[in-house]
Design a protein around this ligand. Structure first.
Ligand SMILES: NC(=O)c1ccc[n+]([C@@H]2O[C@H](COP(=O)([O-])OP(=O)(O)OC[C@H]3O[C@@H](n4cnc5c(N)ncnc54)[C@H](OP(=O)(O)O)[C@@H]3O)[C@@H](O)[C@H]2O)c1
Length: 331
C-alpha cells in the first residue's frame, strides 16, 4: 500500500512508519522537519499542516491508499487536511485519544459507546482542552472524509522514544537508585500499551479497509504499579529501594497526580476508571499487546543511549529535594 503519515518522526507516528516499512508499504511522511529525523526509506515531504500551500504541495500529483494522521489536535486544522486529502486516499486513519471520551477517567468501563465531549468539527485551539478538541477532530474526519474513516483512541502509551516522559522519567529515577518515593499501592493494576502494538493494529485495520472507531488500550490490569517499578529496577540493574507512600500523604504535600509522579492516579472519584476502560472491541479485532516487561526493557535500551543531562521528561517528575523531604517525613 501507499501510506501517508502526517507526522511520523517522533514516537507513535515513528512506530507507525517503522511498522509500515516492515510490512512492505511505500511511505510518505509529512512534517516540518523540526521534531526529529524521518526514517530512511520514506519519501519525506516537508511542510506545515496549518499552511494551505504546503497541503496543496503535498497532494499535488500524489495519491495514497491510506492516510494516518498522528498529529491532529485542533478540529479546524484536521478539517483542512481532510478536505485536502478527500478523494486522494481510500482510508483516513486518525489517531485520537481516550481523552475524547467524557466519562474517562472518572468512570469504570468506558468504551466506544460512551459519550464523547461536545466539540464542533471546525473548533479552534481556544475552544476546549486536549480531550474536547480531540473529539472535535474525530468529527472533522467523520463528517468530512468520503472514504473509510478509522479512528483509534489510545489509552496510556509507553515504549521506546516516548516523548511524554513518563516511563523515561521512572527509568532514570530508578537507575539513580537509593530510596525511591513510590506512590500509593504497589498492587494497583494498570492498563498500558506499547506504541508498536498500536502501530501494528492501526495498519492492519487500514490494510483491511476497515471503517470504525476503536479504543486501543492495553489488556486490563496488564501490570501492577509494583511490577512496573520492579521491572525498571531489573533492567537498570539499580539498587533502588521503593518506599510506598499513601495517596493522602502525597496529596497533603501537594504532589501532583499523573505528572509529578508519572502514572500515579490516587484513589477517588476523579480517577476511579483511569485503568478500567475497555478496549475489548480492538482486542477482538486483532490488537495484540506485548508483555509490559518487553516495553520497559526496550525503552531502557533506547534511553540509555541518551546522556542523562540530555533526556527530556516534559513536565514529568518530582523535584529531588521534594522527594527527599517527603521520604524523611514519611519515615
Ligand atoms: N502518549 C500517550 O499516552 C497518548 C495517549 C493517547 C493518545 N495519544 C496521541 O498519540 C499521538 C502521539 O503522537 P506522536 O508525538 O507520538 O507522533 P509522531 O508522529 O511520532 O510525532 C509528532 C509529529 O507531528 C509533526 N508535526 C507537529 N506539528 C506539525 C505541523 N504543524 N505540520 C506538520 N507536522 C507536524 C512532528 O514533526 P515536526 O514538528 O517536525 O513538524 C512529528 O513528526 C498524538 O495524537 C496523541 O494525542 C498519545
Amino acid at each position: 500500500m501507499r501510506i501517508l503519515v502526517i507526522g511520523g518522526s517522533v514516537f507513535l507516528g515513528r512506530a507507525i512508519v517503522e511498522e509500515a516499512l516492515r510490512r512492505g508499504h511505500e511511505v510518505t511522511t509529512f512534517n516540518r522537519g523540526r521534531s526529529g529525523a524521518d526514517l530512511p526509506g520514506v519519501e519525506a515531504v516537508r511542510g506545515d499542516r496549518e499552511v494551505a500551500e504546503d497541503l496543496a504541495r503535498l497532494t499535488e500529483g500524489r495519491e495514497w491508499d491510506a492516510v494516518v494522521d498522528v498529529c491532529g489536535f485542533v478540529p479546524r486544522v484536521v478539517g483542512a487536511s481532510v478536505r485536502a486529502l478527500n478523494g486522494k486516499a481510500a482510508t483516513y486513519a486518525f489517531v485520537s485519544s481516550i481523552s475524547a471520551c467524557s466519562t474517562w477517567p472518572a468512570e469504570a468501563g468506558s468504551d466506544e459507546g460512551s459519550p464523547r465531549f461536545e466539540c464542533a468539527p471546525d473548533a479552534g485551539p481556544e475552544d476546549g482542552d486536549y480531550g474536547t478538541l480531540k473529539a472535535g477532530c474525530e468529527r472533522a474526519v467523520e463528517r468530512g472524509f468520503d472514504g473509510n474513516v478509522l479512528i483509534v483512541e489510545p489509552g496510556l502509551i509507553l515504549g521506546p522514544r516516548e516523548n511524554v516522559g513518563r516511563l523515561p522519567w521512572w527509568l532514570t529515577r530508578v537507575a539513580r537508585g537509593g530510596r525511591v518515593l513510590a506512590p500509593g499501592d504497589p498492587g494497583t493494576r494498570m492498563q498500558v500499551i506499547d506504541a508498536r502494538d498500536i502501530a501494528a493494529f492501526t495498519l492492519a485495520q487500514a490494510e483491511a479497509g476497515v471503517s470504525d472507531r476503536f479504543f486501543t488500550g492495553g489488556v486490563l490490569g496488564n501490570v501492577t504499579y509494583g511490577d512496573l517499578l520492579a521491572e525498571c529496577r531489573a533492567v537498570t540493574g539499580s539498587d533502588a529501594e521503593f518506599v510506598w507512600v499513601k495517596d493522602h500523604f502525597l496529596l497533603d504535600r501537594e504532589v501532583a497526580p499523573w505528572t509529578e509522579l508519572p502514572l500515579w492516579a490516587p484513589e477517588g472519584p476523579d480517577f476511579a476508571g483511569v485503568w478500567l476502560a475497555s478496549s475489548a472491541k480492538a482486542h477482538a479485532a486483532g490488537l495484540r499487546c506485548r508483555p509490559v516487561a518487553e516495553t520497559v526493557r526496550d525503552t531502557w535500551a533506547w534511553l540509555r543511549e541518551i546522556p542523562e543531562a540530555e533526556r527530556s521528561f516534559g513536565r514529568h517528575g518530582i523535584d529531588p529535594e521534594k522527594e527527599a523531604k517527603i521520604l524523611t517525613e514519611w519515615s
